[in-house]
Write a protein that binds this ligand. Structure first.
Ligand SMILES: [Zn+2]
Length: 124
């Protein structure tokens, strides 16, 4: 199929875009490719029985590296509650109790400390 800019030029010159499309994309080519019959396979009850042992899965081999510390849980399994979550924990301002900011960004004026207490703090 011609790319978009070529299609615009073909239409601008009043030619048919279909004339510039490869035969590979035609319905006839699709029928030739997928039109043949697919043979079905016999069921397990019709398979030949051999004298050899059944094929077993390979033995477990311990891989390199340190084993994973956390268990990979199934979707329906209870999540590990001791593991920290990725979503942020809700925070609130300890001064005005609002949840949109913390104490550092609080719009309220800072609390006024009495002069006696500040003098005591400076002495120490
Ligand atoms: Zn606040």
């Amino acid at each position: 199929m011609p790319y978009m800019h070529a299609m615009i030029v073909i239409q601008f010159k009043n030619f048919k875009v279909v004339d510039y499309v490869n035969n590979y994309y035609s319905r006839e080519a699709y029928g030739v490719c997928y039109g043949h019959k697919v043979a079905s396979i016999n069921g397990m009850d019709m398979w030949l029985v051999t004298e050899f042992d059944e094929i077993q899965p390979p033995k477990y081999k311990k891989g390199p590296g340190r084993p994973k510390k956390l268990k990979r849980r199934e979707l329906d399994e209870n999540p590990n509650k001791t593991r920290l979550r990725r979503d942020p924990t809700p925070y609130k301002c300890s001064r005005c109790q609002a949840t949109c900011h913390n104490m550092r960004r609080c719009p309220l004026p800072p609390p006024v400390v009495p002069e006696e207490e500040t003098e005591e703090l400076l002495k120490v």
